[in-house]
Design a protein around this ligand. Structure first.
Ligand SMILES: NC(=O)c1ccc[n+]([C@@H]2O[C@H](COP(=O)([O-])OP(=O)(O)OC[C@H]3O[C@@H](n4cnc5c(N)ncnc54)[C@H](OP(=O)(O)O)[C@@H]3O)[C@@H](O)[C@H]2O)c1
Length: 252
């Protein structure tokens, strides 16, 4: 008798922050998780250990998702036995908030193209692998900044994430007939290592201006991603799900 194969998920930047929480959340839901990381092997190993301690399955895979050759190898290594059920493109491009007036074109362009580079090859190849089984789920991690309000120094980041949201809609349109759902999660501020430099006072004000009364933890976003890859979201595709505790309702 054949054992039921374990569904497989790849989470880019799965070793820290939102990605680490997503890796753990998907593992608790029965996925074997490929935990991608770039430079910090220790953090990736730690996520794998935590998943295994909870009885789940995971493995760490190093790759720079901005590099098409590395992205292709990452996908191949993650799709165990040629099977990939879920792709979460979470690793974004690093940036330093900079005003348009002082932002050199080359740096602005790099930010926008890096954001798209980090999803493009993976998307192309995942569609091929998922198409073979006639099913799959892709979730891109964008940002509420894509829709504003314009924040100081965030033009490149917001433009890059807005491009990602548009790309996702086109992919959803092409992928639907293949049985593949494609959605976006757009968090507001989330308390992670990379966002920790935000002044405490600003974090306090953000929480005050958030109807749900606090800023997001990585697990809040991870659960939204898990919902989008779950059965309950089977007829949802091409959507951008904002995860900001209601912070943006005033401008919607
Ligand atoms: N935090 C927020 O407030 C917030 C808000 C809205 C949207 N987001 C979006 O959420 C996503 C995750 O953000 P985060 O705050 O959780 O980030 P984070 O805590 O800084 O974690 C970044 C993760 O991405 C990996 N990574 C970085 N560059 C990579 C590359 N070139 N190739 C492969 N992996 C790479 C890192 O691996 P190493 O440690 O090995 O380098 C790490 O696992 C991003 O797309 C970000 O734009 C974040």
């Amino acid at each position: 008798m054949n054992a039921t194969p374990t569904p497989t998920a790849l989470v880019t930047g799965g070793s820290r922050g939102i990605g680490a929480a997503t890796s753990r959340e998907l593992a608790t839901r029965g996925y074997r998780v490929a935990v991608n990381y770039f430079s910090n092997r220790e953090a990736a190993d730690q996520v794998v250990k935590l998943i295994e301690a909870d009885g789940g399955e995971a493995f760490a895979v190093q790759a720079d998702v901005h590099d098409p050759a590395q992205a292709a190898e990452l996908l191949e290594r993650s799709a165990v036995d040629g099977r990939l059920d879920v792709l979460v493109c979470n690793a974004g491009a690093r940036f330093t908030p900079t005003a348009v007036q002082t932002h050199a074109w080359d740096d602005f362009k790099t930010k926008v193209t890096d954001e798209l580079a980090s999803v493009y090859t993976l998307t192309q190849l995942a569609l091929g692998v998922m198409n073979a089984r006639g099913q799959g789920r892709i979730v891109y991690v964008s940002s509420a900044v894509a829709d504003g309000p314009p924040a100081p120094g965030m033009a490149a980041h917001g433009t890059a994430k807005a491009a990602l949201n548009t790309f996702a809609r086109f992919v959803a349109h092409e992928a639907g007939p293949l049985g593949i759902n494609v959605n976006v999660v757009a968090p507001g501020y989330v308390r992670t290592e990379s966002s920790a430099q935000m002044p405490q006072e600003l974090q306090r004000r953000l929480a005050e201006n958030t109807p749900l009364g606090r800023v997001a933890e990585p697990e809040d976003v991870a659960r939204a991603i898990a919902m989008l890859v779950g059965e309950e979201a089977g007829f949802v595709t091409g959507e951008v799900l904002t995860v900001d505790g209601g912070h943006g309702v005033a401008r919607r």
